[in-house]
Design a protein around this ligand. Sequence first.
Ligand code: GLY
Length: 371
Amino acid sequence: MRETVTVDLPGRAYEVRIGTGLLAQAGVEIEPLLSRPKVAILTDETVAALHLATLEAGLALQGIEADALALPAGEVTKSWGPLERSVGWLLEQKVERGDIVVALGGGVIGDLAGFAAAILRRGVRFVQIPTSLLAQVDSSVGGKTGINAAQGKNLIGAFHQPSLVLADTDVLDTLVPRDFLAGYGEVVKYGLLGDASFFEWLETQGPALAAGDVRARIEAVRRSVQMKADIVMRDETEQGDRALLNLGHTFGHALEAATGYSNRLLHGEGVAIGCALAFELSSRMGLCSQEEPSRVRAHLKAMGMKTDMADIPGDLPDADGLLGLMSQDKKVVQGTLRFILARGIGRSFITSDVPREAVRGVLRDALANRL
Ligand code: GLY
């Protein structure tokens, strides 16, 4: 089973191919892009142990030679040291302007490898082979690449679109349930932000999808990627609509910062809780009915996901502390916080017109476990 979504950017159109067996077929998929039968793969040690041999065998079937560099797994790899190491290694491999760099991994490797490709010889092409659900539905598509700075996450980077994305749903079987569900937080986000019928579909199909139903997984990835592609085609560099993809992220990033970007809260978990809070805020501001945040939370709970602040282990700052962390977010424009709120499920919009007191009230009640 195979689905294709095209990201139709002028002069840089590319396909996102979604389905089973794509790793083993990577040679056939990638070969038309190559100027010579050779690629350089950037990956991490965990993913390499699970999937590199399958990828290399798939490339070898088409006579494509592959060299690979496996970096340590984890967010710490999205930094200057590993970037320098990657670019140096790619130069040692004599990667030329017409060659392809392959990013095999989750969001960290995709962002790092994409940025390395963006700056190597002033830009070489790259192929994303995302191995986490989060990377398949979000970070591998749309061309945001980069690393973290001491001053904050994703502050150094470039827009550099991949030439192809291969989302092999088989690799999702190797994810631990917690990582799968964290990625599912981003899937739910798409339904909430722009497609009520998709959210409704997830309410019925979510459990099967989590249990491993291949058709449901492919459909969920396809619909998510199609929605992201549509938004990226309208607004590649986030001058406007692309910010909709940040639904749940203003609250989520504050919670991630409050938990030290640690294992206490994964990014997708922060997004899921953040979506629930964004709907609560929307309801309190009279933008949507009270039933909508309850419905969002009911689905997250039914999926066994982190839904409320009470689901985050350990202490959290108080409401003012969290508000302070929000004010340091990238989405602050000229001192004003930008929120993605909703007039209902599937009807989100961007606004800076949010009373601080309303946000404080939502945070205070969420911390007191009263939501
Ligand atoms: N992950 C949000 C974006 O790609 O814009």
